[in-house]
Design a protein around this ligand. Structure first.
Ligand SMILES: *[C@@H]1O[C@H](CO)[C@@H](O)[C@H](O)[C@H]1NC(C)=O
Ligand SMILES: *[C@@H]1O[C@H](CO)[C@@H](O)[C@H](O)[C@H]1NC(C)=O
Ligand SMILES: *[C@@H]1O[C@H](CO)[C@@H](O)[C@H](O)[C@H]1NC(C)=O
Ligand SMILES: *[C@@H]1O[C@H](CO)[C@@H](O)[C@H](O)[C@H]1NC(C)=O
Ligand SMILES: *[C@@H]1O[C@H](CO)[C@@H](O)[C@H](O)[C@H]1NC(C)=O
Ligand SMILES: *[C@@H]1O[C@H](CO)[C@@H](O)[C@H](O)[C@H]1NC(C)=O
Ligand SMILES: *[C@@H]1O[C@H](CO)[C@@H](O)[C@H](O)[C@H]1NC(C)=O
Ligand SMILES: *[C@@H]1O[C@H](CO)[C@@H](O)[C@H](O)[C@H]1NC(C)=O
Ligand SMILES: *[C@@H]1O[C@H](CO)[C@@H](O)[C@H](O)[C@H]1NC(C)=O
Ligand SMILES: *[C@@H]1O[C@H](CO)[C@@H](O)[C@H](O)[C@H]1NC(C)=O
Ligand SMILES: *[C@@H]1O[C@H](CO)[C@@H](O)[C@H](O)[C@H]1NC(C)=O
Ligand SMILES: *[C@@H]1O[C@H](CO)[C@@H](O)[C@H](O)[C@H]1NC(C)=O
Length: 745
């Protein structure tokens, strides 16, 4: 991107220097006076240009001023001077009658500026720049037409972030009727709407079209392909739809095209001509589909390809080997197949991401050796197999390697010939998880000193060893993400693991860990803590606040304590709290009402007794199945539960009618309790219900409700077995109206 941006700036500069010969000449006195008067009227702050304007020097030497041979001011650039006021219709700016280029970009000008400029400026203007990063300027009245219609010579118009707020037929016609020579049209984030009006087709000289972040919401017309000098087309985030005209890609002058983030825009890639000049291709987040043409290898200048999150399929063309200028290759999340081609000629490559596709085969260790600038390689979530080549670790600048979720096998490579950058560099990320890697965990991995992310989980590693023995891990003070789940570690979770002050994500689940040291630990940064499926026992650990954990999973262990009464005050920011399948006893503490962010609470498969507190109706998922609970408080009006499972307890039915308040219920499991009630007809307005389980209770009476048309349109599972229901299941009413049970979903 950098490269193309530079090229682009060069291109613009070139332009200005062609039309406006920059000559050091003697300033004309009138012009100098006008400029000084102009400066005096301005309200500005922290100037880098205007400060150099003073009467004792020649105005042609002032920063931001360029003169003609005979001392006329041709170019005025006072961009980014924090000018906040001082330009109106009477401004002496408008006495500069020879001005050809005016750049007021990145100032905080008021609404009156465009009015003044539109009325008064001379008609020779070739370049006008009022753009900014923020919406400071507003074009209400006069509208765009009145601003530009006298500037018939204008070749470059920059109004980025000026609030224009016009329909397609207005802004397109304003420009096409007044600016026949326009080459640069830059109106990003101007609150423009579509559709593109056909009159734009007149602007045959257009070379740069930048309209990103406007709500065009229309197709791109075919006549764009007739702009034979088009170099830049940027329509990022314009809500475009329809099918993009293929021939635009074939314009020989095209350097940059960005159509990204137009989720409804369809299209496919054409055959690319030989010697295409395209450098930057971004189609990410669109509905582009089809094959990547073999002729993409003709685009010898291509340095960025971003096609992630599209629908491309078929192989990655072997011809991409010929793309020697490639720097960024982002093709994640398509349906690409076949093998990973060699990018060995792309010596400037920095980032290669082909994750989330269907690539197969092995990765050839020799293909990567030349990529001495490669910093990130992601091939995750494909079907690649074979060894993980150790040579990848020798790439001198590699700092992010993600090979997770493939079928790589063989040993985790010993990292022997490791580049000094990888050895010492900051922010290393290594993810080899969810493969079939075997053998013992090589200790050499921990010699990489700057690890930020390490994920080795879910392989077939062998050789059980104590976590506390990973002495080298101890020195990884940079760690933010550590995932050693399912790696056969055992013993204690040593205190030193909490000393990683940046640790945000710790997953040690599915191992044989049995105790946890946690003296005076500071968990300020820890966000995710997963210790499920280990052999922890005794007391549930309670850390010292402040504790920002959002995800906490202690389930499937052997904890046998009560749930500490302060739990909700300690984990005050918890969203997911999972304590299921332990031997917890005692009551559900009221302090669980305190974390406002709590959404998912799973206490199932324990020996809890007593009551389910009322406040828990604020959760989204509450699972207390298989405990020894006897009572449920009534659910309150703001009940947000979508899933409620209280099955397998000793609960009687007093609370039942208050479920009316849980209008978003999807899954309701009341099975295996002591509920003595009639069929819950009072739930018939809960139209979201998908699963209703009443089995093994003492429900009685008829399985029917009056006026049942439309009850539970999405119900898929209902289990009424082992109750005391009586009478017939009435045809034509309750059961037959459950539409979703008939149509398969
Ligand atoms: C000028 O800049 C200073 C420091 O950035 C700021 O505090 C002050 O408000 C600015 N004044 C105006 C008029 O923008
Ligand atoms: C005028 O500007 C020049 C160049 O920036 C500077 O050297 C000089 O001191 C200034 N003179 C006065 C009177 O401010
Ligand atoms: C701009 O055009 C309008 C109408 O076309 C005209 O009345 C006005 O005089 C023009 N302004 C200048 C400065 O030429
Ligand atoms: C395209 O650019 C070339 C070279 O700058 C120029 O000669 C030609 O007139 C331009 N075409 C149009 C339609 O402006
Ligand atoms: C492609 O460019 C090269 C060198 O720039 C030139 O020699 C060759 O003729 C061109 N080929 C085509 C088909 O334009
Ligand atoms: C690379 O380009 C050369 C010359 O244009 C061509 O002969 C060769 O077939 C291309 N390689 C691939 C793999 O397409
Ligand atoms: C690496 O680059 C050299 C030229 O610099 C080239 O000869 C060699 O074939 C490349 N290696 C691979 C594996 O492509
Ligand atoms: C180690 O890596 C360097 C740099 O990539 C390479 O030149 C060298 O041949 C490698 N040595 C071994 C023994 O593989
Ligand atoms: C915990 O660590 C953070 C920085 O990581 C620090 O700001 C905070 O003061 C520490 N808190 C305690 C109680 O040590
Ligand atoms: C359930 O609670 C009752 C007393 O309320 C007690 O007798 C019984 O042992 C408990 N069962 C379990 C499995 O904890
Ligand atoms: C619904 O909630 C309100 C407020 O908490 C309560 O008064 C009412 O009794 C509940 N409805 C039922 C049917 O229990
Ligand atoms: C139920 O629907 C049937 C046909 O869809 C209709 O004839 C009947 O009147 C409806 N009954 C009620 C109570 O709405």
């Amino acid at each position: 991107m950098q490269t193309s941006l530079h090229f682009f700036l060069f291109f613009i500069t070139l332009w200005v220097s062609i039309i406006i010969p920059a000559v050091q000449s003697q300033c004309i006195k009138d012009e100098q006076l006008s400029l000084l008067q102009f400066k005096k009227s301005l309200v500005f702050n922290h100037s880098t240009k205007l400060v150099s304007w003073n009467a004792s020097t020649d105005c042609c030497s002032w920063v931001g001023v360029t003169c003609s041979r005979n001392g006329r001011v041709l170019v005025l650039d006072i961009s980014s001077e924090q000018i906040s006021a001082g330009i109106d219709s009477s401004s002496s700016l408008f006495q500069l009658h020879f001005l050809q280029s005016l750049n007021l970009a990145d100032n905080q000008l008021g609404a009156s500026i465009p009015t003044a400029i539109g009325k008064l400026l001379n008609l020779r203007l070739v370049v006008l720049d009022l753009s900014s990063d923020y919406e400071y300027l507003k074009l209400g009245s006069p509208n765009l037409h009145r601003l530009v219609h006298n500037f018939t010579e204008l070749r470059e118009l920059y109004l980025d972030a000026v609030q224009i707020s016009e329909q397609g037929n207005e802004w397109c016609r304003a420009i096409s009727s007044s600016l026949p020579n326009l080459r640069v049209l830059s109106m990003s984030a101007c609150d423009l709407s579509g559709p593109f009006h056909e009159s734009l087709a007149k602007l045959q000289s257009l070379s740069v079209i930048r309209l990103k972040w406007n709500y065009i919401s229309a197709p791109v017309p075919g006549f764009f392909a007739d702009f034979s000098n088009l170099t830049v087309l940027d329509l990022f985030g314009c809500s475009l739809h329809g099918t993009f005209p293929k021939d635009i890609f074939q314009l020989p002058s095209l350097l940059r095209i960005d159509l990204s983030t137009n989720g409804q825009l369809k299209g496919s890639l054409p055959q690319f001509p030989n010697n295409g000049s395209l450098q930057y291709l971004d189609l990410s987040g669109t509905k582009f589909s089809g094959l990547l043409p073999n002729s993409i290898g003709n685009l010898k200048m291509l340095s960025t390809i971003s096609i992630q999150d599209c629908n491309f399929n078929g192989p990655v063309p072997k011809s991409m080997t010929n793309l020697t200028q490639l720097v960024y290759l982002r093709m994640a999340n398509n349906k690409l197949e076949g093998s990973v081609p060699s990018f060995s000629m792309a010596k400037n490559a920095i980032n290669i991401d082909i994750s989330y596709n269907g690539l197969t085969g092995t990765i050839d260790s020799t293909h990567w050796r030349n990529l001495t600038k490669l910093s990130r390689l992601s091939l995750s979530s494909n079907k690649l197999d074979g060894d993980v080549p150790a040579s990848l670790f020798s790439l001198p600048l590699l700092c992010d390697l993600d090979l997770s979720s493939n079928q790589f096998s063989g040993p985790v490579p010993e990292i022997l010939n490791v580049s000094s950058y990888l050895l010492n560099g900051p922010d290393l990320e290594l993810d080899l998880s969810s493969n079939n890697l075997e053998g013992p965990l090589p200790m050499s991995i921990f010699s990489l000193r700057g690890l930020k992310t390490l994920n080795l989980s879910s392989n077939n590693l062998s050789g059980s060893f104590p976590l506390d023995d990973l002495h080298q891990l101890r020195n990884q003070s940079n760690l933010q993400t550590l995932d050693l789940s399912d790696t056969q570690i055992n013993g204690k979770v040593p205190n030193w693991i909490w000393s990683f002050s940046n640790l945000r994500y710790l997953d040690l689940s599915c191992n044989s860990l049995d105790s946890l040291e946690f003296h005076s630990i500071n968990l300020t940064n820890l966000y995710y803590l997963d210790l499920h499926s280990n052999r922890f026992h005794g007391q549930i650990p309670i850390f010292e606040p402040p504790c920002n954990v959002h995800y906490l999973d202690f389930s499937k262990n052997y904890y046998s304590s009560i749930i500490p009464s302060t739990i909700g005050d300690v984990f005050l920011n918890v969203e997911f709290l999972l304590l299921s399948s332990n031997n917890l006893n005692g009551i559900i503490p009221e302090s669980l009402c305190n974390p406002q962010s709590l959404k998912i609470l799973d206490l199932s498969n324990n020996s809890l007794s007593g009551t389910v507190p009322r406040c828990l109706s604020m959760l989204v998922v509450l699972n207390v199945r298989r405990n020894n609970l006897t009572y449920v408080d009534e659910f309150s009006e703001n009940c947000g539960l979508e899933t409620l499972d209280i099955s397998g307890n000793q609960i009687q039915g007093q609370f039942l009618k208050s479920l009316v308040n849980c209008t978003q219920l999807e899954i309701l499991n009341l099975g295996n309790n002591l509920i003595t009630e009639q069929f819950p007809c009072f739930l018939r307005k809960t139209s979201t219900l998908r699963v209703l389980i009443l089995r093994s209770n003492k429900f009685y009476g008829r399985i029917a409700c009056q006026k049942t048309n439309g009850t539970w349109p999405v119900l898929q599972i209902i289990d009424l077995a082992h109750n005391n229901f009586s009478g017939e299941v009435p045809a034509g009413t309750t059961l037959t109206t459950w539409q979703a049970m008939r149509t398969r979903r």
